[in-house]
Write a protein that binds this ligand. Structure first.
Ligand SMILES: [Zn+2]
Length: 265
């Protein structure tokens, strides 16, 4: 999986330090250029990982782990911010790169016998030579659902949302549960209502830290909104022509809200 990039290839470089993305102060946005211009990461030459393409250019991952970048113009920016700013295609590449970086960082030792793990060179995995335990990057399914009642949609403000932002409901699928069961349970737990007519909508990777958002459209069935005031601080029915601040249109939450609005026309 690792490869030394051609010296003069023009490429994008996703360099992580701690949980931040490295950018060079005088050139905002993803780092673009050749390996020769990246002297400050030359020690990582054998740990460069190809993670995809953006336009005509390859994208390489270099993970500094907990080290700081030794570059006077290096700035550390929040991955969340960078993903929102760079748009849909770069969003996918950054999501993948961060999940792989995190996977290798957190699977250095075997969870079964404690020995050092080795990177498998032909697939994305780590392997323990002592007990043969093998690990793959973890993906955690998470349902996200838009609930519509006529010309209204139920949106909630979570404790982790930015001020004033309302979004669709979401939650992790528990062990032994189907996606549909997770939707019904989460909706009941978070806002106390019943839904019906679930339709699969689409999915989106969300790397905080390794979720796969599985989107559904649903119709309101019965019950009054009740929130716990902790995880969910407020939930309301909003008319489609008077929506609050909502997530951007390329996020799956934004697309679910748009699709619900289109359905009631
Ligand atoms: Zn082991």
């Amino acid at each position: 999986m690792y490869q030394c990039p051609p010296q003069d290839e023009q490429a994008y470089w996703l360099i992580f330090s701690q949980d931040k993305l490295v950018q060079l102060g005088d050139r905002p946005g993803l780092i673009h250029g050749s390996w020769l211009e990246l002297q400050f990461v030359s020690a990582y030459q054998d740990e460069v990982l190809l993670v995809g393409q953006l336009g005509q250019h390859n994208c390489y991952l270099i993970d500094l782990g907990l080290e700081q970048p030794a570059h006077e113009r290096a700035e550390l920016v929040s991955l969340r911010e960078a993903m929102m700013r760079e748009g849909e295609q770069a969003f996918g590449i950054m999501a993948r790169a961060w999940q792989l970086a995190l996977f290798y960082r957190t699977h250095r030792f075997c969870g079964q016998c404690g020995s050092a793990m080795h990177k498998v060179d032909w697939e994305l995995a780590t392997h323990c030579n002592r007990c043969q335990h093998r690990c793959y990057p973890r993906i955690s399914p998470c349902i996200i659902v838009a609930i519509r009642d006529g010309n209204k949609i139920l949106l909630a403000r979570g404790s982790r949302h930015k001020e004033g932002m309302y979004s669709t409901l979401a939650g992790f699928v528990e062990s032994g549960e189907s996606l549909e069961q997770a939707v019904h349970r989460e909706v009941m737990e978070e806002v106390g209502v019943r839904v019906s007519n679930l339709r699969y909508f689409g999915s989106q990777p969300w790397p905080f830290p390794h979720s796969l958002m599985v989107g559904f459209l649903a119709d309101y069935d019965s019950g009054d909104i009740q929130v716990d005031g902790e995880e969910i601080q407020d939930a309301q029915w909003f008319n489609f022509d008077a929506l609050p601040l909502i997530p951007p249109p390329f996020s799956i939450a934004g697309r679910l809200i748009q699709a619900s609005a289109d359905n009631c026309k």
